[in-house]
Every structure is written in C-alpha cells, then in structure tokens.
Design a protein around this ligand. Structure first.
Ligand SMILES: Nc1ncnc2c1ncn2[C@@H]1O[C@H](COP(=O)(O)OP(=O)(O)OP(=O)(O)O)[C@@H](O)[C@H]1O
Ligand SMILES: [Mg+2]
Length: 247
C-alpha cells in the first residue's frame, strides 16, 4: 500500500532523513514516535510531497515516484501521488471564511468534480461520523479546537484518500478535547482506514497502532508491534525515550 525506500532529505547541507525504509499495509495504522527534531514531520511532508525528497522512492497504491537529486518532479506527478493522501496537521487550517459544511464540500467540488448535491450529502454523513452534525452551518472560529480538528479529519476523509497522514493532531489541545479527537481517530483505525500518525500520545499507539515506528536522528531505529516496541525492545535510545515521555 505504502512503500518507502531509502528516502533521503536534506535542507542545505543538513541531512534530516538519512535513508528511511517503511512499508505500511492497507488498513494499517502506523504510529511514528521519536524525539523532537528526529525528522517525523519532515517524513510526513515528504510522503505528501510538501517537501521533495533528494533520493529514494515513494509508492502509494498504484502511484510511484523515484527521486534523484537532479531529476525534476513535475507538478502532474506531484498531484498524482498527493491525490492518494489526506493530511491533518497540528494547527487546524480550516478555510476561515467558509462554514463547516462548505469546508468539507470544497475539495470534493473543485478537485473531485462531484456535484454540490453529492458533496453536501457526503459532508453530512462525515459530520455525523465525527459527531458535529449540529455545527454544519457554523464558521470555524465558532468551534472549539477539538471540534475544528474533527472537521479537519472529516474534510480529509471527504477526498477518499488511500491514506491519511496526521502530524500531532492533538498537541495544541486540552486533554479533554484531545480525547475527543483521539476517539474519532481510533474509530477510523478500527474501520480500516490506512493511517500514519505522528503523536506523543503513547496510549494511542498502544491501543490503535498495528505498527509503531521509532525515529531518531533521521533514521528508523526500531519498528514493530506495540508490544515489541514498548515492552520487548533492547534498544537503549528507545528505552531512554520511553522513560521520559509521559502519557
Ligand atoms: N524547511 C526547513 N528548512 C530547514 N531545516 C528544516 C526545515 N524543516 C525542518 N528542518 C529541520 O529538520 C529537523 C527535523 O525537523 P522535523 O520538524 O522533521 O522534526 P520532528 O521530529 O517533527 O520534531 P518535533 O517532534 O519537534 O515536531 C530539525 O532540525 C529542523 O530544524
Ligand atoms: Mg514535528
């Protein structure tokens, strides 16, 4: 489903990703953990081609791109791969001048070219799913952070991506609001959405992850089931990381 091979990314002379190999099967939830600055966000941004890797390859479903420093990647190639991914960021980034339902309809109409009626139908279904049907005609500023983030999840899902990437979707939220968002994410995971989640919430990783990936200094140091990573690791760096993260 997702196949990442030997991915490298540098900013100037600073190599941030140093050869990432990662496979995620359809329907799996992969949780990426690791210290600040280890390259987690950069990896997600590369998967979504918000950053263009310098070397390696990324395949998502049927689309595949091979990177080699000098070869230019065309906009069409970028759009083709990006079509398969949805992204939910730490901040909320809803369109502020659009109501909740319009936020969820927008991409369906402009990118997927579905009719307003169809887009609206799907938006209502997704709003019910994230528990926000009654907020459909509100503007983002009228919602709590947790509600905004649930709209962002519904908006990502409306595009029917093959995978949704989450970058610390709850880190800007109070615990109670974070729990609402985590609940929606756990449901998606249970329903078989393919997800890549960067989070400091080890409880989410324990409960929802099929695969936990520990990154340190631009490399995947350990990957396995939650049990392998949380209980059976012999890696000193990972043990140290787990001993200092709370949650
Ligand atoms: N656009 C950029 N230009 C230059 N350096 C960058 C850029 N984006 C990220 N970096 C650097 O890459 C390194 C990894 O950053 P990244 O944001 O991927 O880490 P992270 O694992 O997501 O950390 P955190 O847990 O704090 O979010 C950092 O040293 C950062 O300064
Ligand atoms: Mg980050």
């Amino acid at each position: 489903m997702i196949d990442i091979k030997n991915l490298h990314k540098s900013f100037g002379n600073n190599e941030i990703l140093k050869g990432i190999d990662l496979q995620i099967n359809k329907g799996e939830t992969a949780v990426i953990i690791g210290p600040s600055g280890s390259g987690k966000t950069t990896l997600l941004r590369c998967i979504n081609l918000l950053e263009i890797p310098n070397e390696g390859s990324i395949a998502i479903g049927e689309s595949k791109l091979v990177f080699n420093g000098n070869k230019k990647i065309s906009n069409n190639e970028i759009l083709e791969l990006r079509k398969g991914t949805g992204m939910v960021f730490q901040g909320f980034y809803l369109f502020p001048h659009m109501t909740v339902i319009e936020n969820i309809m927008e991409g369906q109409i402009t990118v997927l070219k579905v009719s307003r009626e169809e887009a609206s139908k799907k938006a209502l279904k997704l709003l019910a799913k994230v528990g926000l049907l009654e907020k459909k005609d509100h503007y983002p500023y009228e919602l709590s952070g947790g509600q905004q983030q649930r709209v962002a999840i519904a908006r990502a899902m409306a595009m029917e991506p093959e995978v949704i990437l989450f970058d610390e979707p709850t880190s800007a939220l109070d615990p109670e609001l974070a729990a609402e968002v985590m609940k929606v994410m756990k449901e998606l995971s249970r329903e078989g959405m393919t997800m890549v989640v960067v989070t400091h919430k080890m409880s989410f990783a324990r409960e929802a992850a099929h695969k936990v990936v520990f990154m340190d200094d631009g490399l995947i140091v350990e990957a396995g089931t939650p049990q392998q990573v949380f209980e059976n690791t012999s890696n000193e760096r990972l043990k140290q990381f787990l001993s200092i993260v709370d949650d």
